[in-house]
Design a protein around this ligand. Structure first.
Ligand SMILES: Cc1ncc(C[n+]2csc(CCOP(=O)(O)OP(=O)(O)O)c2C)c(N)n1
Ligand SMILES: [Mg+2]
Length: 374
């Protein structure tokens, strides 16, 4: 896809496939049981959904970063480099399943159908979104997404509650949330997992291990303990390469199948890397935290470039037409983003934030329809 020198990580700008990385990417199809047939069963349509999701996620972040650089907003939380962990998981589940994203998983919102323009508008605090300009954490249960909670780890017990409700109603639905490597150390995460495990709830927790918590490197010992986290709860555990969108999709689907047979909760460990800062304000500090070699290594594993090289490369599932299809899909998503950006910026005039003091308590204690589980 097109690269943006001002907004993409430097390692992505002149991306060329590294044989070692791409051999490994392709080898996963043989090494991970069932992955090859999952990829085959997707067909061009399934590949299009995944690719467009990744590109949408990347361009959403590029837009926000441009807004920060040009003074439209002051700060944004991005998912650059971690897109496959979000997009693969969202597209693995069924329409009626419910997601609880962290802010770094913002793509879950638009991939589940919340209008892209609304996802941009929350950064502008316009008055015409679900949060009425009062919070940039956006969710909408009509689309199966609940709002991110600022307190990391807190979504685990919340989503465990959804999972218990599904089980009590005997519905074939699961709840999924992502938890960062840092956030796995919170009491809330532990409590949520403990309850879900003791009740056998259909909950999927994707542990998104990007090796860092805000400005603190998490280290090898934490990583090892995360791979075994499920054992502490007597729960099922799966693992995937979090930059391999097909593998994420495959393992989350496997997790869903386990939940459906009463074997929930399932912890899906996904290894990935944050190519930027915690948010746009500390990118320089984030660069200083890891050495250049680590960034180069993960730059070579850009989830989008790797997917492109695999699907449109020799013997890839899109065949000879691959590059042409990818270019068309990228163009379509680009047009979507442009339209969403225009609509969001226009809303600053048509729906300015409404800071009337008497509106402060509205929709706080009583849930509007958008936040009622059906
Ligand atoms: C309970 C709680 N403690 C501290 C914070 C401040 N904080 C925000 S993000 C973050 C790091 C989270 O790291 P991780 O879970 O690995 O997620 P990542 O940012 O890497 O996606 C911290 C400490 C918070 N939001 N909530
Ligand atoms: Mg982290």
């Amino acid at each position: 896809m097109k690269r943006f020198p001002a907004y993409d990580p430097a390692e992505y700008l002149d991306w060329k496939p590294e044989p070692r990385v791409m051999d490994d990417y392709r080898r996963r199809l043989d090494d991970v049981q069932g992955l090859r047939s999952t990829v085959q069963s997707l067909g061009a349509e399934g590949i299009e959904r995944l690719y467009k999701g990744l590109v949408r996620n990347r361009l959403y972040d590029v837009t926000l970063k441009r807004w920060v650089r040009t003074g439209v907003i002051t700060k944004a939380w991005l998912g650059q480099g971690e897109e496959a962990t979000t997009v693969g998981a969202v597209h693995a589940l069924a329409a009626a399943d419910v997601f609880g994203p962290m802010i770094r998983n913002a793509a879950a919102c638009f991939e589940k159908g919340i209008p892209l323009a609304d996802c941009l508008k929350v950064y502008l605090a316009t008055g015409d979104t679900v949060t009425k300009g009062r919070d940039l954490h956006i969710g909408d249960l009509r689309h199966g997404v609940i709002c991110p909670v600022s307190l990391v780890g807190d979504l685990v017990p919340v989503m465990a509650g959804f999972a218990l409700a599904f089980r009590a109603r005997r519905e074939d639905r699961v709840a999924l949330t992502w938890v960062g490597d840092g956030a796995t150390r919170t009491a809330a995460c532990h409590e949520g997992l403990a309850v879900a495990a003791s009740e056998g709830a259909p909950l999927i927790v994707v542990v998104q291990d990007n090796g860092v918590a805000l400005g603190t490197e998490c280290g090898e010992r934490l990583r090892e303990s995360l791979l075994a986290l499920h054992e502490a709860y007597g729960a099922r555990g799966l693992a995937c390469d979090g930059n391999h969108v097909f593998e994420v999709l495959h393992q989350v689907r496997a997790a869903r199948a386990l939940c459906a047979t009463g074997d929930g909760p399932v912890i899906v460990y996904a290894k990935t890397f944050r190519m930027g800062g915690h948010a746009t304000h500390d990118e320089r500090e984030a660069r200083a935290l890891f050495d250049a070699k680590t960034f180069r290594e993960w730059g070579a594993r850009d989830p989008i470039a790797c997917m492109e090289d695999f699907v449109a490369g020799p013997g890839g599932p899109l065949g000879k037409d691959g590059r042409r299809l990818l270019a068309r899909w990228e163009e379509e998503v680009g047009a979507e983003i442009d339209a969403a950006e225009r609509a969001a910026l226009a809303a600053r005039e048509s729906a300015p934030p409404d800071p009337r003091p008497e509106s402060m308590l509205a929709d706080v204690y009583a849930a509007p329809a958008a936040h009622t589980l059906r």
